[in-house]
Write a new protein. Structure first.
Length: 452
């Protein structure tokens, strides 16, 4: 506790860090306020059916990512997920289309063009999802008489449809802009923080709901609830190990003589992460798993309805099987983007470094690639296992809302974003010669959720 108080004092002493944290808190508060601003024409007192619909299942997961904005019929109802979906498409295009590959190699100017294309695609995706959301919203509103002063939009006009679609698109773009502002002027990765804040906002409700359920309905009482909390803490610790786990490769640097001084002869280590892709595979896989939910809104045949039903049941076999498979595939995909063995081998060779027992150059690149393939497989499988944990605990009696925090996208995002943010704060403290957040002064983060 004494160390924590001292750390808070040190943070307050650093003016830049203090301003960044306060700026981030201000943006987050603005985002949370917007999640309660209801679409014009919708009576907020008539949303009971929508809130019941989003209490579980895939809609409940989507509602959690939006921090409850989805069930509130908010202007931020679609949240940041359309932007993430657009980023998936753009990054996949970068693997197949030469134009995007060229942009990726152009540095800052290319990155700006890619970001611009991602924004345009975000508008298209949101424009596609918004009518489906509005149609579902209207179907969940109770049938009642409509008055000019107390609308329930049970029979929406063309103006309501058009204006609501525009507002939802604007809301998603505004949330995206808030995330970019946090990244530029705040602390941590903005998009990551916005997703995390939405998840944390649902945690108190889930905890209280599970406690009440155990005390009144499901039975087991306080003892079972404490056991569930203990299991949750265990899964969190395993997730931290997944985020921070590394495999070290020894590198020997040969002696060099510059002038009259001798350098080198030192062995160092290259830490290769067991999960070099961070939480990106699980976020991208989750975004793809939301597609059947969108298609369900336009379903006109029984076959499509049955397909959508199978893949919107987050505790069903096929949903979790495909979800786990996508996570493994995306883990390899992102590891290939993040880790470049050829570049690492070339850098070692330029600095007179080599891996003991391995020839420099091509053989070194092949060795690093082989090591990455070996450690990525168990890392991706464990990532997939943590992702489907909510379905497992859901089958043994844990409520749907609380089960989301036993693994899956929500838990890994929480762990990854918290570690990444703490790492940035740690860097600011150590840069100005203050004690870090830990005794070792080292907090390992994960790759930020960077969509640009």
């Amino acid at each position: 506790m004494k160390r924590l108080i001292q750390t808070i004092r040190n943070i307050y002493k650093i003016e830049e860090l203090r301003k960044r944290i306060m700026y981030t808190i201000g943006i987050v508060m603005l985002y949370r306020l917007g999640s309660y601003v209801v679409l014009p024409g919708v009576d907020p007192n008539q949303l009971a059916n929508l809130q019941n619909q989003t209490s579980g299942g895939l809609l409940g997961l989507l509602n959690m990512f939006s921090g409850g904005a989805f069930s509130n019929a908010s202007i931020f109802a679609l949240g940041i997920m359309p932007y993430i979906s657009a980023s998936i498409v753009v990054q996949l295009l970068g693997m197949a289309i030469p134009y995007f590959q060229k942009l990726q190699k152009e540095g800052e100017s290319g990155r700006k063009k890619i970001n611009q294309i991602t924004r345009y695609l975000t508008v298209l995706i949101t424009g596609f999802q918004a009518p489906g959301y509005i149609a579902n919203l209207v179907s969940q509103l109770p049938a009642q008489a409509i008055t000019p002063f107390d609308p329930a939009v049970t029979v929406p006009s063309t103006f309501f449809w058009v204006s609501s679609v525009i507002i939802l698109i604007s809301g998603t773009l505004f949330v995206m802009w808030l995330g970019e502002k946090i990244t530029d002027k705040g602390i941590g990765n903005g998009i990551s923080l916005i997703i995390m804040i939405g998840i944390i906002a649902r945690l108190p409700f889930a905890l209280f709901g599970e406690l009440v359920s155990r005390m009144e309905q499901k039975g087991g009482g306080l003892v079972i609830f404490i056991v569930e909390l203990a299991v949750l803490i265990g899964v969190i610790l395993l997730s931290i190990l997944l985020v921070q786990g590394t495999r070290k490769i020894p590198v020997q640097y040969a002696k060099r003589i510059v002038g009259n001084k001798q350098y080198g002869g030192v062995r160092q280590y290259i830490p290769l992460k067991v999960n070099a892709a961070g939480v990106m595979p699980i976020i991208f896989a989750q975004a793809i798993m939301f597609l059947p939910l969108t298609l369900a809104g336009f379903a006109s045949s029984e076959a499509l309805s049955g397909f959508a039903a199978a893949f919107t049941n987050i505790q069903g076999f096929w949903y979790n099987f495909v979800f786990a498979l996508l996570i493994i595939v995306f883990t390899y995909f992102y590891t290939a983007i993040t880790i470049n063995p050829n570049q690492m081998a070339e850098d070692m060779k330029k600095n007179n470094g080599f891996i003991p027992g391995v020839k420099p150059g091509k053989r070194t690149a092949e060795f690093i690639d082989q090591i990455m393939s070996r450690i990525t497989l168990p890392g991706s499988m464990f990532l997939a296992f943590v992702a489907i944990m909510p379905a497992i605990v859901g089958h043994i009696g844990v409520s749907t809302q609380f089960s989301h925090f036993f693994g899956g996208t929500s838990l890994l995002i929480l762990v990854g974003v918290v570690l990444d943010t703490l790492q940035q704060i740690e860097s600011h403290l150590l840069m100005r010669h203050y004690d870090g957040l830990t005794k070792s002064g080292r907090i390992k983060g994960r790759s930020s959720i960077s969509m640009g």
